[in-house]
Structures are given as structure tokens and as C-alpha cells.
Ligand binder design. Sequence first.
Ligand code: PMP
Ligand code: GLN
Length: 380
Amino acid sequence: LNRRLAEFGTTIFAEMSALALRTGAINLGQGFPDTDGPEEVREAAVRALRDGRGNQYPPGPGIPELRTAITEHQQRFYGLGFDPDTEVLVTAGATEAIAATMLALLEPGDEVIAFEPYYDSYAASIAMAGGKRVPLTLRAPDFRPDLDALRDAVTDRTRLLLLNSPHNPTGMVLTREELTAIAELAVERDLIVVTDEVYEHLVFDGEHIPLISLPGMRERTVSISSAGKTFSFTGWKVGWVTAAAPLLTAVRTAKQFLTYVSAGPFQFAVAEALRLPDDYYSAFRADLGAKRDLLAGGLADAGFEVHRPQGTYFITTDVAALGEKDALAFCRALPERCGVVAVPNSVFYDDPEAGRSQVRFAFCKQESVLREAVTRLGRL
Ligand code: PMP
Ligand code: GLN
């Protein structure tokens, strides 16, 4: 393993899902739903396969039907106009979009500011591109960003801000005021902002505001999202980038040599998914909102300190309230102790103390599964 990747081992998601399989525990670790997305979207994938649409290399930037559906989605939900030919790119999930963006935009030694705890691929993608990550810690209980610290963190070497809202793992959702301050800073210091918006349709308190919609940001924002979370098909790995043509072209150049294209038939199905009526999106959010309340209540009853999320399908807790000090050790022992798997947030921080006793639970599971998990955790 080269020096750039030396610090990265097996991802925590793989470790904890393997532990769940081995022990038969309820998996509230890795964020994937235990119920697949809409039947008609699955049927659309089957139809595409059967009719021979997308079984051979689809166009590099993504099939035109999907790129158009992405622009319609951006218009419908945010009033944003994009050109499907020059401002939209289909990727192999948001993960590839993040990696391609880093590889396309960073020079060796460029600094990337990201809030920690961060989704684990950020650090690795920055490292693979030869960049330097500059973490800014979000602190419990509410995980609001410290905007003065952000301003101070910008140096002459800062190339990118990498934002994620709604934020995994904390559930924090950036407000219009915070986004406005970030946009002003980006314009002032001539920064590009990469926004990971994969949980855009999972905001329970407040609203999702794409940073690219704010003044001065249209030309300097790379927006990333994915079908995995919104439509409950995390295994399909269909994601996308929307950005002004010069930025999009750069990301597309890198993407060409990572995967060239992502799986064809799923692209046809996701194009249909994006066109689902508003009812789909609101029912999805309402369902997960109720599950947030169920799990948050259950965890609090079981003695966890609960940091109630405003968005995403994760709840961050603190197990210090249970007399536990170390989240990783706690999570490794949890299946044996009570038959539940969770993820330690501590691995998403560079500052080892900041998230030492934080543990994340996913609630994208059937209600009965969540109830059983809560019962088991109550026995701790
Ligand atoms: N960003 C965040 C914040 C995530 O939680 C995830 C996990 N779904 C991803 C990106 C990766 O998404 P995908 O599965 O589409 O690659
Ligand atoms: N995004 C999901 C999570 O945070 C899992 C992604 C992965 O397994 N890489 O749990």
C-alpha cells in the first residue's frame, strides 16, 4: 500500500456488517434500508435489462434519459436549471463522484476543508488525489459548524470546501444563514465548494437548500447526489454531479478513467424513479421521520444520550451516559452483549478525543426491527 493510503484499513462499514452477519445481530450499523425501493422502479430495471437497453456500454456521461431526469428533478425541487449535456454527469454512486471531483480539481498539497466527523471516503479520496485534509470539528450536542473557525482555516493553499448536508453521521442540516456565510466566504476567498447532498430528501426539521442556489455559487459549486438513499437502492450505485460546465468537464475527465460508465439498465430505472410524484418523496420522508422518533425515544429510554438528528437516517448517541468510554470497543462488543450492531463515530474524526464515545445507529429499517433492537438495547 502506498504512503497516501497507508493510514486506511478496512472501512468500518465492512467491519461492522461482517460482524452483524457473523453474529446474526440486528444491523443498525451500515446505512442501507432493509426494504428495497419501489416495485415500479425495480420493474423499470428489469424491463431495461430485458429490452436490451443499457446492456452494452452506455454513453460516458450517463444516458440522456437520466441526465434529463436529473435536470427536471433539480428544477422541480429547487428551481435550478442545468443543461443535461454539459452540466450533468452520472457516476457510480456518490462515492465515485467524490473521488472523481478530488482527482479532477486538486493539485498535490492543496488543502480541502471538511467538517468532521466525516463520511469515511472523504479522507481517502482527498489522500488519493494527493490533497491535504483540514478537518473542522462539529461538536455535540448540536453539531453546528463554527463559522469563525471555518474562516480562520482558509489559507492560500485551500482549494476546496467539502460540505455534507444533511450530515452523516450527526444528522445536522445547514441553515440558510450558515449556507449564506459559507457562500460569502467561498466568493471572497475564491474557493470551490463540493456539496454532498445524498440525504437531500431526508430532512425532518428545516429544509434542504442546495448551496449552488445561493448568490455567487452557481459557477463554483459541485453538487453531488445519489439514488441509493432517496430510492432505497444502495446496491445500484447510481449517483450524479451537477455543476457549471467547466467544473463538470473537469470531473467528467477524471470519471472517464475510473469507471468510464456505471451500469446501464439501472440508469433507465433511476430516470423513472426521479420522476415519481411528490407523494413518493413526502411519504418516504414521513416514514423515516416516524422511525427517527421511534429509535430516538427507544435509545433515550435505554440510557443513551441522544443527539436528535434533523435529517439523514442516522442517530448519533453518546455512550458515556452508559458509563462507556470507547465507542469502537463498545460497538465491537455490542452484538455479543445484546444482538445489535452500530457504528462508532470515533473513526470519522481526526481528533481522537472529539468523538471518543459517540455511537451511530441507522433507522432505515422496518418498524418491527427497530422495536426489537430497542428492546434488546434496553437490556444493556
Ligand atoms: N456520502 C454520504 C454522506 C454517504 O452517507 C454515502 C453513503 N451512501 C455516500 C456519500 C455514498 O453514496 P453512494 O452509495 O451513492 O456511493
Ligand atoms: N453511507 C453508508 C453509511 O454511512 C454506507 C456506505 C458504505 O458502506 N460505504 O453507513
